[in-house]
Ligand binder design. Sequence first.
Ligand SMILES: Nc1ncnc2c1ncn2[C@@H]1O[C@H](COP(=O)(O)OP(=O)(O)OP(=O)(O)O)[C@@H](O)[C@H]1O
Length: 213
Amino acid sequence: MFPYNYITIEGNIGSGKTSFCKMMHEEYSCRLILEQFDDNPFLPFFYEDMNRFALTVELFFMTERMKQLQKHLLYQDLFHDFTLADYTFVKTLLFARKNLADDEYRIFQKLFNTLNNSFPNPDLLVYFHRSVDILQKNISKRGREYEKNISDEYLLKIQNSYFEYFRNILTFPVLIIDLNDIDFVANKKNYEHIKNLLKKEYLPGVHRISLIL
Ligand SMILES: Nc1ncnc2c1ncn2[C@@H]1O[C@H](COP(=O)(O)OP(=O)(O)OP(=O)(O)O)[C@@H](O)[C@H]1O
């Protein structure tokens, strides 16, 4: 099985985090934590006018994620073999860093740090890496109305925020998997391949593996 109790799947918008987690959940007895982004009423407004709605959106995401993680992570789960989430709490900070003005970000970061102290780090953080072109294809394929004008620049900013963060991670393993156009939903071999990567033990710090042939 997996040598980790708490695995988080990360990646840019449209990288396939949720699909992968759902596939794993069908196969394993894992506690599944999925992002409830549909509940964020400010998200469509944010995509219309990022400057105006950034702080509202980020505070809403942080509060909702905090509530969800408090519910799931702060007690021991005896009924599942491991916990799998399609986001890590730090995602909140990584988006906020790019979306908020500097003074807003400083206050947000203080609040984030206080809240984050109560949550454990993942035992393994997996990042699905795909090029902006592929992300755009995935985003338009799923056809969420409010996401239709996401720019390449925005996706690159989010990607950079993750990579800047990974550079300083020394306390738990981060596994970056280069996927590009690899489809693990349609092709089970790809899914198996990713799963097998999650069965290996990694030392703390960043590891990068390519699935691209
Ligand atoms: N902190 C945030 N600030 C702004 N927008 C956010 C934030 N967190 C999530 N979002 C937005 O919420 C929506 C869902 O995001 P998320 O990345 O979790 O799922 P996804 O794109 O469906 O991922 P995947 O396709 O990999 O499952 C996206 O439009 C994303 O940009």
